[in-house]
Design a protein around this ligand. Sequence first.
Ligand code: N01
Length: 527
Amino acid sequence: MQKFDVVVVGAGFAGMYALHKLRGLGFTVKVVEAGDGVGGTWFWNRYPGARCDVHSLEYSYQFSEELQQEWSWSEKYAPQPEILEYANHVADRFDLRRDIQFSTRVTSMVLQESSRWILTTHSEEVIEAQFCVMATGCLSKFNIPKFEGLESYAGEVLHTGDWPKHEVDFEDKDVGIIGTGSSAIQAIPLIAEKAKSLTVFQRTASYSIPAHNSATDKEYEESIKTDYAEFRRSNSLRYAALNNNPNPVSALALESDERDAYYQSRWNDGGLSFLASFNDIGSNLEANKTAATFVHRKIHDIVKNQAVAELLCPKTVLGCKRLCVDTNYYGTFNRDNVTLVDIGEAGIDKISEQGVIAKGEEFSFDTLIFATGFDAMTGALLDIDIRGSNDLSLREKWQDGPKNYLGLTISGFPNLFTITGPGSPSVLANMIVAIEQHVEWIASCLSYLRDNSKQRIEAEVTAEESWIGLVNGIAETTIYSSGCNSWYTGANIPGKPRIFMPYLGFPSYAEKCESVAEQGYSGFKIS
Ligand code: N01
């Protein structure tokens, strides 16, 4: 049996940095990764058009000044192959691969009386560690809904979150795609250019803002790099740890012409900063409606067929489901080879040997793409049979939704840490910033235990309960409590408990984590 101080599960951006940081502190570390390469989400999501919608100069590590100085991104929003190249560069530059075991899936984790963990892999290999760091990702367990007849479909089946490494040929193919979230919105324009026909099955329309992607502005890059540390520091003080230029004015304070002119300027800038156009889009439904109406008008301007435009106009609260960022998404519906099928709440009737049956009609395809998202935030963790104190399984513990302390630790599961887990800013912050903050907190915590000759740390039940109350209490003051069916709440997976999972507001979160550590890890039992 292999024995380590720490086992890290996952070699995405979180796992790679955890390895580098903890190894640097003298811990023996092993990373176990299901894929045959590093990069996590950027390893699996290779669909056409996949790119990050956070500016590349921000969606990158800041832990090494040399790394951030020497790396140059080719575009404002880096495409998936370049982000994967960056992940590989980091793995080589910091000599990470020698401690990563690829193509190995952890299937079970059992706590011993000694407070050490025994992990078993898909190939029955056994690994023991004092601490486990779950770097399993928030969007890593892809979801194919259990459509009736799915197994009878005879054509090619693809999922955006599990895309093949080889190039997929759409030439002369009739293609169907189910879903209109961020992945579909990026893939649809490019697939439409190649395929003979593309049919899009939409259950809920999405708001999308143009990316206006471009080559990296070298002068801007230079100006950031002259004091990259300060740029990072000031971004980490923003709500989502992003440089999104928040406007401190209420949307309701302006006359409609003036307000629309401002929305237009944000639309011209492109991207997620549209959400920061005014300070109450995320908290006041009336303010939110002004933004939604502006986007509806844009859709009607772009899409020639007004009936199709109306179907593409979301009826939901803007930002309540994740805002999308696109390049020519709405315009793609002006192509003769693209058809929108709005299936609404009735959904897909079933899958047939030929393709999809919806609204009583059969659509035949050579290729059927599922852009149907993920069992987000908890799916990858619950896929592993994790058993803590008194043989309690995490599946049982979280049967009514995830419960933890600081989004980092779970009572009943000592010496186990989750990176960007539910209850932390995670998916509603710049993920790389959130990852680095978590890894650094965990590294300090393990150093503290070692320096004080302690072997065990576990969240107290009361601390956990008040943390969940705090996370939900914050969400209740925002549009996220308006009842929309987003994956933030688990609503996209039938039967999954509904609970708003992310913690809103990176700066206050980071402060809380820091003060817990400063107070000798208040809310934890240490022995
Ligand atoms: O998944 P989604 P995604 N029948 O869950 C539909 C990140 N990301 O892979 O809305 C019919 O958003 C579902 O419909 P509905 C980003 O955080 C980032 O696109 O549930 N349809 C929806 O339209 C993002 O939010 C980037 O009614 C069904 C779609 O499938 C997250 O990943 C790029 C269905 C799923 O959309 C996930 O995005 C890509 C069913 N049974 C992704 N089940 C960037 O950085 C689901 N759907 C740019």
